[in-house]
Design a protein around this ligand. Structure first.
Ligand code: SF4
Length: 391
């Protein structure tokens, strides 16, 4: 059952990879970082691929001459482990078991992932943090031992903690602070994406504090693009302002009304935790009654079950949005979903839309699993009963 959260609190140091979310919506930050059991959307195939790429790079940093064939073998093995028995990715698991690798990933994606890993190992192979003895720097003055691959950094006074993909000191005495991304790191204007820039800036502050050394080069490495730059004064200022704002708005350990700190806007369309946000769920209900909405995603629907039917191992639902026109939600694996019955109030989030040409109008026909084209399934989708008390 979907439940919206009423009260929330920050119980952990800030996560550098998420902290910029606070600028658009503090509630979203908490929903994405606090690990509430009822707020855990399924993983996407992109997230799984990214995890596999990270793991293989980490495992092979000291073996950079590994062949492409061996990388591919490791990559497929990692996908196999991540896709099977993964409670966080039940739909990927279901499709993978039924259709195999081809049901989830194209061969082009496999090849481009292997090429990305190869490129990164060629560039960053050998754990560079082990090479610092070559440098003439008075290393006893600094804490270079904290550098390396996948090292955890925590800076108590800044209330920050997180793992950095790679940090090392080069022969010129520069500490490289590196974050690997599985997608693009540059926006349409050729600039580093805002959230990535702030994240790598936060990493820079953490490394600087932990090593007492400030000659840093920040690097964002994406699948086909990269960016590098300094923790210069403008970036430092923005990062410090962000941390100060974050501390003010989400004080550690203080219980806060979720409704009050939720900030709606177009960014709600990409919010992965929107099903647990009272303001969003109310807007979705209002849209079902015919109100215009700029924040609700066309991939979400809320309504009453009119009819259920089965098709092999899949369930199809006919749903009537409250006050709206009937639509269908196709392809729910029986083994993963409860038996919905007529009259149940349900919601679907992150659904696939069959009627692409009417993407922004309702009604629409939605899908979860596309059994005739499993790779197009909506692996992140969720369908469940709605807590009737949520409005
Ligand atoms: S749906 Fe919008 S308002 Fe609600 S948590 Fe997400 S970003 Fe914030």
């Amino acid at each position: 059952m979907f439940k919206v959260l009423d009260k929330v609190a920050r119980t952990k140091p800030f996560s550098p990879s998420k902290i910029s979310v606070i600028n658009s919506c503090p509630l979203r930050y908490l929903l994405e970082t606090e690990g509430y059991p009822s707020v855990s959307p399924p993983s996407s195939i992109y997230a799984l691929t990214g995890t596999a790429i990270h793991k293989i790079i980490e495992d092979n940093l000291s073996n950079p001459s590994i062949s492409g064939a061996d990388i591919k073998k490791q990559f497929l093995g990692a996908i196999d482990r991540l896709a099977l028995n993964n409670k966080r990715a039940p739909l990927i698991c279901w499709v993978y078991e039924k259709f195999g690798l081809g049901g989830t990933l194209t061969s082009e994606k496999v090849i481009s992932s292997v090429q990305q890993i190869k490129r990164l190992l060629d560039k960053y192979g050998k754990d560079k943090s082990l090479e610092r003895s070559d440098t003439k720097l008075p290393s006893q003055k600094y804490e270079f031992s904290s550098l390396g691959s996948e090292k955890w950094f925590e800076v108590t006074k800044l209330e920050l903690a997180g793992k950095i993909d790679l940090s090392y000191l080069d022969d010129e005495g520069v500490i490289h602070v590196i974050d690997f991304k599985s997608g693009k790191v540059i926006d349409e204007e050729g600039l580093p994406k805002e959230e990535y820039l702030l994240q790598i800036g936060v990493y820079g502050l953490m490394v600087e504090d932990s090593t007492s050394y400030s000659n840093l080069l920040l690097e964002l490495i994406g699948s086909h693009t990269s960016w590098s730059g300094l923790l210069d004064e403008p970036l430092r200022g923005r990062v410090v302002d962000l941390i100060t704002h974050a501390k003010n708005i989400l004080p550690l350990g203080k219980e806060i009304d979720a409704y009050e700190i939720s900030m709606t806007g177009e960014h709600c369309l990409s919010c992965r935790s929107r099903f647990a946000c009272g303001k969003y769920v109310n807007a979705l209900k209002d849209r079902a009654y015919g109100e215009e909405s700029t924040i609700c995603s066309p991939s979400d629907v809320i309504g009453v079950v009119k009819k259920t039917s089965t098709r092999g191992d899949l369930i199809d639902l006919i749903v009537s949005p409250i006050g709206g026109i009937t639509c269908s939600i196709m392809g729910l694996p029986q083994i993963l979903y409860p038996e919905f019955k007529e009259g149940d109030l349900i919601a679907g989030y992150f659904l696939g839309i069959l009627d692409i040409e009417i993407r922004c109008n309702f009604p629409a026909n939605f899908y979860v699993i596309r059994d005739e084209a499993p790779r197009k399934s909506s692996f992140e989708s969720m369908v469940a009963l709605v807590d009737a008390r949520s409005k």
